[in-house]
Design a protein around this ligand. Structure first.
Ligand SMILES: Cc1cc2nc3c(=O)[nH]c(=O)nc-3n(C[C@H](O)[C@H](O)[C@H](O)COP(=O)(O)OP(=O)(O)OC[C@H]3O[C@@H](n4cnc5c(N)ncnc54)[C@H](O)[C@@H]3O)c2cc1C
Length: 359
């Protein structure tokens, strides 16, 4: 029986791997099954597409096992250290990626990595087989989002492109959506000299992180964990409302463009030469073939689009004193609303390490 496996090869998988290694689990005791040998590749392509320069997360939004030192210390500038005291420091994407690269190299990731897309997880005595390999006693599934969401009628419009796909900017750009990617694209298109039309179903919230700050702490999570299924699902739906950070850096270019008649909110992309869909990802376990099959094969409890997991991100029906099946990334939202962040990846990783050590 092998000890642990991680299925997936993105930021959540790297965070989990670094945490296991830091917790004393050897390279040869961990297998990582993934599609990308470079765990930053998928994320980097999306951040590049929207020209993201700064992280939304703060100093502790990094993939190393220990929280300290954070990226502000690694940044080293006094303004970074002061900024972090007031929750105003957002590391550059370059620093984040450079640090992640260092974690990948030092942790031994490459020696545990097996280039493979896993099609099926089967529960067997005391563990799990992954497409017939294993069995592994503890498995963490970190397969990320199941694909980009491009709603109709934009998906079939030749002017349409998803914000996370590579693109330049036209002269009259419609941006669909109102979250962080949309706001970033408004500024990018304005900076390129374009006229911008914002198409949105609702007004964006303004908040620094992608969930209210208390939901990132154990204490703040307790009331969420105490909610019954329907109220918890309702809370998660509410939290998925589009938002981007407050601040002059966002507001001033838009106010200036509004005065020049280059930015407005409309219902349709009427006359736009390009339609950028900042509409995020397809949602729910059923969109991910591996998770959909896991649920069907093992008759797992679900509610709407979520797999029901315990607060430690483990799937109760497949976890006992001898084995663990846990989720990380967006699929673990039932345990941690901001699961699709680096902080969420750390939360799942630490719980998984505890399981690997104690079971
Ligand atoms: C543009 C952008 C900016 C963001 N900025 C921030 C930020 O500033 N701060 C923050 O905290 N968060 C941020 N996030 C959110 C979050 O950190 C990312 O979504 C992150 O990529 C999630 O990592 P993941 O490992 O869950 O998924 P992914 O990075 O998507 O990785 C999943 C990996 O698993 C592979 N895989 C899928 N299925 C299988 C399978 N069956 N078998 C094997 N491998 C499989 C995939 O191909 C992929 O390589 C941002 C997200 C985006 C898109």
């Amino acid at each position: 029986m092998e000890r642990c496996a991680i299925v997936g090869s993105g930021l959540a998988a790297l965070t989990a791997y670094a945490t296991l290694r830091h917790g004393g689990i050897a390279e040869e005791e961990i297998a990582v099954f993934g599609t990308h040998e470079d765990p930053t590749e998928v994320w980097r392509a999306r951040a590049d597409a929207i020209r993201q320069r700064r992280m939304r997360s703060e100093s502790d939004g990094h993939v190393a096992a220990a929280s300290w030192p954070g990226l502000a210390v690694r940044d080293g500038r006094p303004s970074a250290l002061w900024g972090t005291l007031a929750n105003r420091y957002h590391p550059s994407v370059e620093l984040f990626l450079c640090h992640a690269e260092g974690v990948r190299e030092r942790s031994g990731w490459a020696r545990s990595f097996r280039a493979r897309r896993v099609e099926r997880i089967a529960a067997v005595d005391g563990g799990f087989e992954l497409d017939g390999e294993g069995p592994f006693r503890h498995v963490l599934v970190a397969t990320g989002h199941p694909g980009l969401a491009t709603p109709e009628p934009y998906a079939s419009d030749p002017r349409g492109v998803h914000a996370y796909a590579p693109h330049e900017y036209g002269d009259k750009v419609a941006v669909v959506g109102a979250g962080m990617a949309a706001a970033t694209e408004w500024l990018n298109a304005l900076a390129s000299g374009a006229e911008v039309v914002s198409i949105r179903r609702r007004e964006p919230l303004r908040r620094p992180l992608n969930a209210p700050r208390p939901l990132f702490s154990r204490r703040g999570l307790a009331p969420f964990h105490a909610l019954g299924a329907e109220r918890r699902a309702a809370r998660l739906r509410e939290l998925s409302a589009p938002s981007y950070p407050p601040g002059r850096a966002w507001d001033e270019p838009i106010a200036c463009a509004e005065r020049e008649g280059r930015f407005r909110v409309e219902h349709t992309p009427n006359g736009a030469t390009q339609i950028i869909c900042a509409t995020g990802f397809r949602r729910g376990y059923a969109e991910d073939p591996l998770l959909a099959r896991l649920v069907a094969d093992h008759d797992l409890a679900v509610h709407d689009r979520w797999i029901l997991v315990d607060p430690d991100c483990s799937v109760p029906a497949l976890t006992d004193a001898s084995r663990t099946l846990a989720l990380a990334g967006i699929a673990a939202q039932w345990a941690y609303p901001a699961a699709d962040t680096v902080a969420g990846a750390k939360y799942a990783a630490r719980a998984f390490l505890r399981a690997c050590r104690t079971r």
